[in-house]
Design a protein around this ligand. Structure first.
Ligand SMILES: Cc1ncc(COP(=O)(O)O)c(C=O)c1O
Length: 380
């Protein structure tokens, strides 16, 4: 059994993927070939956003977005500690400081109420000094496990304080909030095409979405070493942030069945949720939201994760922990001055949560095997 079965999807569309790769080998435009622009157009239509700027990874999508906002030393960017390292790493890489705000205990996404509480009294935990509001430049919210954060409230707070909002939609491509697609829910949406993501390629890749023409122009420049009119006219520091043509070709093949897969993910999740809600806390999907269901994560009500992880292991069922340590307790961020007990919801979540095998193509018998094991119910 696989934790995420990528082979099942490949078996379905292998021929189309091979055809698309072959076309790239034939035309030989490996860098910024026609497939890159075709993918950008298709995904910008799907998300309903004017500009789709493909790039080298979800991490680079976030980095480039912060660079476009000129983030640097002296700046603070608010984010969640319950996420993959990339989300905050990019802030630190640019010399700015991440400010970690705790999550909502039901959705596991950053709590707008706690953002507001911080902004009412913004203190730097490293030195206890008050932070000047003008240095708090923006918020990176994460759509954890595929569920969009509460952008209505987050965008309102950001507007009040003149901050930008970046949606880290690495896990939520295909999700929706009140009929609008993930990646379209704030100033900039960033996604990842890492192989295990809802829309994944066979390497690294990402995309940035924005309706803002000026930002889009800057992002396209940053993507190619800060180019101006042409490649050897460099008007700002940038990076090598392009998406490979071969990855774009693979994504085009996968995108054809992507909307169908998002629906399949809902069915698989529904089957798990119905069976597991008694013994486990499930991630709440509030009304008006549709999760991309990148990962299916549960928390035992008896706080006995170790027992379940052992049980799964004994039955040869793979599992994973996202995330075993919240970012504010990672050594990489020790200099920020956070301590155990500062962000208790994230800490408790990290101590008790785990994820079980999930993919749109998981066989029902496999799913029932997982459930039988977790519920110790042989009738399933
Ligand atoms: C929430 C989140 N942000 C950012 C990233 C980074 O994406 P990538 O691996 O494509 O750089 C990931 C990927 O794991 C992620 O889960």
């Amino acid at each position: 059994m696989e934790f995420i079965d990528l082979k099942a999807q490949q078996n379905l569309i292998r021929e189309k993927i091979e055809d698309n790769i072959k076309k790239v080998l034939d035309h030989g435009k490996y860098i910024m070939g026609p497939e890159v622009f075709e993918l950008e157009e298709k995904l910008s239509n799907y998300v309903g956003i004017k500009h789709a700027i493909s790039c080298s990874s979800g991490t680079d999508a976030l980095l480039m977005s912060l660079m476009a906002y000129d983030i640097g030393p002296g700046d603070y960017v608010i984010t969640t500690p319950f996420t993959f390292i990339s989300t905050a790493e990019v802030v630190a890489l640019l010399g700015a400081k991440p400010v970690f705000i705790d999550i909502d205990e039901n959705t596991y996404n950053i709590s707008p109420q706690k953002i507001r509480e911080f902004l009412n009294n913004p203190v730097d935990p490293a030195n206890g000094k008050e932070i000047n509001h003008k240095n708090i430049k923006g918020i990176i919210a994460v759509d954890i496990f595929g569920l969009p954060a509460d952008y209505e409230k987050i965008n309102n707070i950001a507007k009040e304080y003149n901050m930008f909002v970046i949606e880290d939609a690495a896990q939520s491509f295909g999700a929706e909030f009140k009929g609008r697609k993930a990646c379209s829910l704030s100033d900039i949406g960033c996604t990842s095409f890492f192989p295990s993501k809802p829309l994944g390629c066979y390497g690294d890749g990402g995309m940035i979405f924005t309706d803002n023409d000026d930002l889009a122009e800057i992002l396209r420049s940053i993507r190619v070493h800060g180019k101006g009119k042409d490649k050897y006219d460099n008007i700002r520091p940038g990076i090598n942030g392009r998406l490979d043509t071969i990855q774009a070709a693979i994504l085009l093949a996968k995108f054809e069945i992507f909307p169908e897969e998002i629906e399949k993910r809902q069915e698989v999740a529904q089957r798990y949720s119905e069976a597991l809600s008694e013994k486990f806390y499930l991630q709440e999907i509030p009304e008006g939201y549709k999760s991309a269901r990148a990962l299916y994560s549960i928390r035992p009500k008896k706080n006995n994760r170790g027992y379940y992880l052992n049980l799964l292991k004994e039955n040869n069922i793979p599992s994973a922990i996202y995330y075993p340590k919240p970012l504010h307790l990672q050594k990489a961020f020790a200099y920020l001055g956070y301590r155990q007990g500062y962000l208790v919801v994230s800490e408790e979540c990290s101590e008790n949560i785990f994820s079980i095998p999930f993919c749109p193509y998981i066989d029902k018998t496999v799913q029932y095997h997982v459930l039988r094991c977790l519920l110790n119910d042989k009738s399933l």
